[in-house]
Design a protein around this ligand. Structure first.
Ligand code: GLU
Length: 325
């Protein structure tokens, strides 16, 4: 007890008489960065971002947390349980406006934008032996639609609705058996024949699919341009995207589908100066090199494109950074 008091007094004195130490203490902060499942891209890239920030900003601790991804991440930031998060730009907008899957939550007004990062591709994966060749063939099948609270599951619902496999008014899947699985468990279930197809919305190549393709004959279902257009008209964040052949072992043709954008968001409560410094650190050439080495999609992160597709208001620290102040 006595010892603790002496230490405390000592620490206070150091704080009072050493301005350097004092300001360092004032900066000490622990932040949580909400990412996604371990089989995705958010998790490893989030880990690299945490490292960049801790290496460059004294007194800052950032932990990249594995989560159910976009939809839960929005709620975590709103509740103050995470200060930073990776999220799809479509989901960020629905959350900020309190629409679609956030109708019951109301507008999540604490969300602010930091930077748009890279495209996330809607990948509807099956295996050759299922005989499934199109989305229409999913009728009566077991389909992994994403982790509960993921952006993937939101995309699965919208796409399946277009093909008559989801009833939006009843909020129920129709004529398919949905399984709510994250990427890695979905890939394992496909391999074991426990599901027939799986939705993933993630940067390509996605680790869970690379691993699956190493031992199984992976097929990715197309979203035809006409359907893609209908999707885009209804939910404007979708853009057409072509998965190039050989993205995965055994993929012998280009696959037309749609994509959204991954972005970094932050709580409105986070200090303006800190957000500014975090962005400055993130876009240093060495940091970009590390992000690119962590995952191919990290190579897409580019200052000149960091506001394309930004769907929610910027944090004031980000505004200052992008104005080049
Ligand atoms: N975009 C996905 C989601 O929100 C997560 C992607 C990832 O983990 O890389 O469901």
């Amino acid at each position: 007890m006595k010892k603790a008091v002496v230490l405390l007094v000592g620490a206070l004195l150091v704080g009072l008489f050493m301005p350097g130490a004092n300001s360092l203490y004032a900066q000490a902060k622990r932040l949580s960065l909400a990412t996604g499942g371990v089989g995705g891209v958010y998790y490893p890239l989030g880990g690299a971002m945490a490292k960049i920030w801790m290496d460059r900003i004294p007194g800052l601790t950032v932990t990249a947390e594995s989560t159910g991804a976009s939809v839960v991440n929005a709620r975590l930031v709103q509740k103050g349980e995470a200060e930073l998060a990776l999220i799809q730009n479509d989901i960020a907008k629905y959350a900020y406006d309190g629409v679609e899957m956030f109708t019951a939550d109301g507008a999540l007004g604490k969300l602010r934008g930091m930077a748009v990062l890279y495209p996330e591709v809607i990948q509807i994966v099956t295996l050759k032996e299922t005989g499934i060749k199109s989305i229409a063939d999913l009728k009566g099948k077991r389909v992994a639609v994403g982790a509960p609270g993921s952006g993937t599951e939101a995309n699965a619902r919208q796409i399946l609705e277009l093909y008559g496999f989801y009833d939006a008014s009843e909020k129920k899947y129709k004529d398919i058996a949905p399984e709510f699985l994250a990427f890695a468990p979905a890939a394992a279930a496909l391999k074991d024949g426990k599901v027939d197809a799986a939705f993933l919305t993630a940067g390509i190549p996605t680790a869970a699919v690379i691993e699956l393709a190493a031992t199984s004959n992976v097929v990715i279902l197309s979203i035809e341009p006409a359907r893609a257009q209908t999707l885009q008209e209804r939910w404007p964040f979708y853009t057409t995207f072509t998965i190039p052949m050989r993205t995965y072992r055994g993929l012998e043709e280009d696959v037309p589908t749609v994509s959204v954008m991954a972005m970094l968001m932050v709580s409105a409560d986070l200090d303006q100066d800190l957000v500014y410094r975090m962005l400055r650190a993130l876009f240093l050439p060495d940091s970009l090199k590390l992000l690119c080495a962590t995952h191919t999609r990290g190579c897409d992160i580019d200052l000149r494109k960091a506001l394309d597709g930004m769907s929610i208001p910027l944090h004031p620290g980000a505004e200052r950074f992008f104005k080049g102040e």
